[in-house]
Design a protein around this ligand. Structure first.
Ligand code: HEM
Length: 337
């Protein structure tokens, strides 16, 4: 097969496994009350695939992709009665020193491309179609920083699953929602001066990797586990339960803003929740992730990522609810059923 076959078509919407990109936009929206807003959102959900093609086809090498996530409350409005098993709003965590807040979010758009103009243009067209059916809660524009480093200077994303491990970690394996995914986002801002005041050795101990060449450090059984170890979850047989991360740096040096936008996809939401619990509460309790002394979570929201087929089904209003019988006295409704 032609090695450049991927270039023939834009990347399909909902490709959780789209390649890590140079540019990204994270857009979190809250949908307004009422049926009119909901109908508009259904239309947009049905149009996302075409919008990605509209913009993506203009430069296939730009590898534009778009993943839409749906929050628990909006899910119940769109599809009453059948909620993905683990979907619920982000559970806030209060650690001994730091907290992870839960913030509103009905829709997440995760846009990725090799070119910032492409993510910009897709975001513009999406918001144009959404109109006043939703309001923007947060818009973060991320960029790839040198060799995939976060703004704290460490290479971020190395332990991501690859090959067959990727869908295993990121997608729901079975049931009605198989092929979908859960996604958690958190916007962190860093205390850059505080971090810079630490020695490189101390920074490395906090992260669990060397800074220059990204080599993993062993802290098994140490009283203070590194970020890498706190974020490692194992099943009962000792196998690692991975998640798929695509964190992006963002910032405005002129405003003193320096951050990391955390985004994690998983087929089992509880894996991400357990990582957060270990980071904020600590293992043992109190020995929390020292990365948090220099990183403050401003937001926290959880979404379900439907497959393309599920997205298309959501675009259609539920038949029974949308079409009351024209004249129920004739019993036409029951014939329709
Ligand atoms: C590993 C940075 C938040 C989960 C790492 C690594 C870095 C890093 C530099 C080591 C390299 C790598 O494997 O990617 C950050 C920063 C964060 C942040 C700057 C925010 C300020 C989080 C959160 C979670 C998380 C909130 C999960 C809820 C993980 C996981 C690993 C990891 C699973 C891989 C652990 C392993 O080696 O198996 N992170 N991270 N991170 N992080 Fe984070």
């Amino acid at each position: 097969m032609d090695q450049r076959a991927w270039e023939r078509v834009p990347i399909e919407a909902q490709s959780v496994d789209a390649p890590l990109s140079r540019a990204a936009v994270f857009l979190v929206l809250e949908v307004r009350e009422g049926e009119a807003a909901l109908a508009q959102i259904r239309e947009v959900l049905g149009a996302v695939g075409d919008l990605v093609k509209n913009v993506g086809f203009r430069d296939l090498g730009g590898r534009l992709s778009c993943v839409v996530g749906i929050g628990a409350e909006l899910w119940d409005r769109l599809s009453p009665g059948a909620r993905p098993a683990e979907l619920h709003p982000f559970t806030p965590i209060r650690g001994p020193v730091h907290s992870a807040p839960s913030t509103p979010g009905d829709l997440l758009f995760h846009l990725r491309a090799e070119r910032e103009d492409m993510t910009f243009e897709l975001e513009r067209q999406l918001l144009d179609q959404i109109g006043d059916a939703a309001r923007v809660i947060d818009e973060t524009v991320g960029f790839r920083y040198f060799d995939a480093r976060d703004l704290l200077g460490f290479v971020d994303g190395t332990a991501n699953p690859v090959g067959a491990e990727l869908p295993e970690a990121a997608l729901i394996a079975d049931g009605d929602f198989a092929g979908g995914s859960y996604v958690v986002v958190q916007k962190y801002v860093h205390d850059m001066a505080g971090w810079a005041a630490l020695s490189t050795e101390r920074q490395e101990a906090i992260m669990g990797r060397t800074k220059l060449d990204n080599i993993e450090l062993d802290d098994d059984g140490a009283p203070q586990l590194s970020h890498k170890s706190l974020a490692t979850i194992e099943d009962e047989t000792g196998g690692e339960l991975a998640i798929l991360r695509d964190n992006m740096p963002f910032g405005r040096p002129g405003a003193g803003e320096f951050g990391t936008y955390f985004i994690g996809y998983a087929g089992r939401l509880w894996v991400i929740e357990q990582m957060l619990e270990r980071m904020f509460v600590g293992v043992p309790e109190g020995a929390y992730d020292r990365l948090l002394d220099f990183s403050t979570a401003l937001t926290g929201s959880t979404f379900f990522v439907p497959t393309v087929a599920m997205l298309e089904a959501l675009a259609e209003p539920p038949a029974a609810a949308a079409q009351p019988p024209a004249d129920s006295s004739l019993g036409i409704g029951s014939l329709r059923d």
